[in-house]
Design a protein around this ligand. Structure first.
Ligand code: 5AD
Ligand code: SF4
Length: 470
């Protein structure tokens, strides 16, 4: 099954082990701590868990207090301009720490420095940054830290020409009951608005055996919620020998014992096959939630976006999922103001939102990304983008509110997520359809499945009373 070209060689990994030993030697008896700031999607969250794993291995404790840290890393996102601006402003405030203590190590990774112009900008204008590297260089983190501690040259590396998968990196999982499992990296789709294929490289899948071992390990340790991650999980396995499919993977996961649910993040409608839907429908660990990015309801715009499906095809996938998986909830991503989007095109999007009735949507104002085809297309004026964005949100809020209110009076099973941020006595949880449920409780049931009777609902959440068994 293995395609060895896809994987970082064992000699490269051994070299990194040497760097780790070198760092441990330098840091011996120093009691150092590290701070990692994560921006962006779940892929980045998962990468940051690997970064923290490596940092602990080489002698850093992990701190939430950036001002106290001896090593600071920002794991960046480049999907929209706003994310890049935030990353630059966080990196900007690290300057003072280095001014106070020149021994501090500062690194930048993730999607932003995988772009040549951003890497150059960090090198030139952020002289206190020791190293920056793209997403496929993560396994070389020990090398970069070792170099910085030795006050060697500053390092600014873009992604490798042919990014590979590094197996075996230690993961420091944030949660003891919820886990990300990357099943593939990169994307081959080249949607014309999207920077991801340029900063995360071509699709490469992990071997099924490695994924199953990881899921089994998590199930054995009592994990309750496992998200299979990839930019386009439906095309899993196409680059592997024997070409296992996402359906094959799901079927194998279904055989693993344990009380856990599986989510997929993210699927592309282009590759949503009936085989995959059947594998989902028959999976005993399936969570009843499907995230299926729509992007636009206009066939003309979908074509310009290079999405390879039309409105009718999208609707037929939704219908198939709804008929085969009773009670499935739907969420989606929608971009408003893509170049050339007319009022009619936008109304097509409003129309499909009305007919599908998503449980919720993530809507985004189109943000031109340098190096992508849509960057050079004729842009929609900002005021129009904002006005459409508001209309779309208002429509969806109404729909979400109506759907959420249908839960009132029902009892739902939830996975308890911990205390709500705003209220000490209130717990936050999620249904297997990914709906947020708040409830009051004297006992802390974090990380367990519980039943909650829904008494009230609004646009963004359900509220209820826990049904305690004892
Ligand atoms: N502008 C706005 N939204 C974007 N997305 C991707 N690229 C852009 C962009 N240039 C959105 C898509 C994708 C989600 C993760 O981010 O909707 O599904
Ligand atoms: Fe970007 Fe399209 Fe790939 Fe998703 S499928 S990461 S939107 S190029």
């Amino acid at each position: 099954m293995e395609n060895t070209n896809n994987f970082v060689s064992s000699s490269e990994l051994a070299l990194q082990e040497q760097f780790k030993r070198g760092i441990r030697e330098i840091n011996k008896n120093k009691n150092l701590s590290a701070f990692v700031f994560t921006l962006g999607c779940q892929q980045n969250e998962a990468d940051s868990e690997r970064i923290r794993g490596v940092l602990r291995e080489v002698g850093y404790s992990i701190t939430e207090k950036e001002e106290e840290a001896d090593l600071l890393m920002v794991n960046t996102c480049a999907i929209r301009e706003h994310a890049e601006r935030r990353a630059l402003s966080i990196i900007g405030r690290f300057k003072h720490y280095k001014a106070k203590n020149p021994d501090i190590v500062i690194g930048v990774c993730g999607c932003m420095p995988a772009q040549a112009h951003r890497s150059e900008q960090l090198k030139r204008s952020y002289h206190y940054v020791d190293f920056a590297f793209g997403t496929s260089m993560l396994h070389r983190l020990p090398e970069f830290i070792f170099g910085a501690l030795n006050k060697g040259k500053r390092r600014f590396l873009l992604d490798s020409e042919k990014p590979q998968i590094a197996e075996g990196l230690k993961i420091e999982r944030e949660s003891t009951y919820k886990a990300w499992v990357s099943i593939m990296y990169g994307c081959n789709n080249f949607c014309t608005y999207c920077i991801v294929p340029y900063v995360r490289g071509r699709e490469r899948s992990r071997n099924m055996a490695e994924i199953l071992a990881e899921v089994q390990g998590l199930a054995d340790r009592g994990y309750r919620d496992i998200t299979l991650l990839g930019q386009n999980v439906n095309s899993y396995g196409k680059d592997l020998e024997g070409k296992p499919t996402i359906a094959d993977l799901l079927n194998e996961i279904s055989k693993i014992d344990g009380d856990f649910m599986i989510h997929l993040m993210t699927s592309h409608p282009r590759d949503a096959s009936s085989e995959m839907i059947d594998a989902l429908a028959s999976n005993r660990h399936l969570a009843y939630h499907f995230h299926l990015p729509l992007q636009s309801g206009s066939d003309k715009i979908l074509k310009k976006m290079n999405r390879h499906y039309d409105k009718a095809r999208y609707l037929s996938i939704v219908e198939e999922l709804r008929s085969k998986i009773k009670g499935v909830t739907f969420t989606t991503d929608i971009i408003v103001g893509f170049p050339g989007e007319t009022e009619e095109d936008f109304l097509e999007t409003m129309d499909i939102v009305k007919s599908v009735r998503f449980d919720s949507i993530f809507s985004f104002i189109y943000s031109p990304r340098k190096g992508t085809p849509a960057y050079d297309m004729e842009q929609v004026p900002d005021e129009i983008k904002h006005e459409r964005y508001d209309r779309l949100c208002n429509l969806q809020n109404e729909i979400s509110n109506e759907i959420n209110n249908t839960y009132v009076g029902k009892t739902v099973r939830v996975l308890v997520d911990g205390k709500s941020k705003n209220n000490e006595n209130v717990y936050s949880s999620r249904t297997d359809g990914n709906k947020i449920v708040h409830f009051e409780c004297a006992r802390d049931y974090t990380g367990t499945f519980q039943n909650v009777k829904i008494t009230r609902a609004d646009t963004f959440a359900l509220y209820g009373e826990i049904i305690e068994n004892n």
